[in-house]
Design a protein around this ligand. Structure first.
Ligand code: SAM
Length: 173
């Protein structure tokens, strides 16, 4: 079970990037996205709509209190993986993370990540030590975690793309 926690969502500034975090989580085989920060019903509705069209089980939730959420999940046995440019390189940690059987919360931040997140995390993982984006960090982490197998996942959506060398082919069930 892989849950992605997106911290610090701001309705005014982050709609697009938070949507992209959710879409990457879903496309790269995480099971759930949890948003924190501003409660944004429109964001949740738009991700739910995409999931209902494009298929498969993917949960979308909101948690006002991310501290309690992380504590609760830790007590339930989840391992907390925080993606940050300040962490240890993914190349050093990924095998250890992959072989542990624990369910996982992957935390990605927004503008500023509170220090407690670094403390509660079992792993602070960097995807290079350069600043980039939560979307890129999440995609690379999941790709490394699943060793590329996530790219072969088939989705059972109402809408499906038939890959083409050129042009677009979409079928609707
Ligand atoms: N100073 C922040 C940090 O701690 O990485 C950068 C903020 S960045 C706009 C938002 C989020 O993108 C971060 O909280 C982190 O989850 C992710 N991120 C950005 N660069 C990263 C990197 N090199 N490695 C891992 N995660 C990164």
């Amino acid at each position: 079970m892989i849950v992605v926690l997106r911290l610090g969502h701001r309705i005014k500034r982050d709609k697009r990037i938070s949507t992209h975090v959710a879409l990457v989580a879903r496309a790269f085989c995480a099971n759930e996205i949890v948003f924190s920060g501003d409660e944004d019903r429109e964001l949740i509705c738009s991700v739910k709509k995409i999931v209902s069209e494009w298929g498969d089980e993917f949960k979308i939730n909101y948690e006002k209190n991310w501290r309690n959420f992380l504590k609760r999940k830790k007590e339930e046995g989840f391992e907390i993986i925080h993606l940050t440019m300040y962490g240890l390189p993914i190349t050093k940690l990924i095998e250890k993370i992959r072989i542990s059987n624990k369910d996982k919360i992957i935390v990605v931040g927004g503008a500023k990540v509170p220090g407690e997140v670094y403390e509660i995390a079992d792993f602070n993982v960097s995807i290079t030590n350069q600043p980039h984006s939560e979307v890129a960090a999440l995609a690379v982490f999941l790709h490394e975690f699943f060793q590329g197998k996530e790219l072969e996942k088939k989705f059972d959506g109402k809408v499906r793309i038939i890959p083409q060398e050129k042009g677009k082919k979409i079928v609707r069930n």
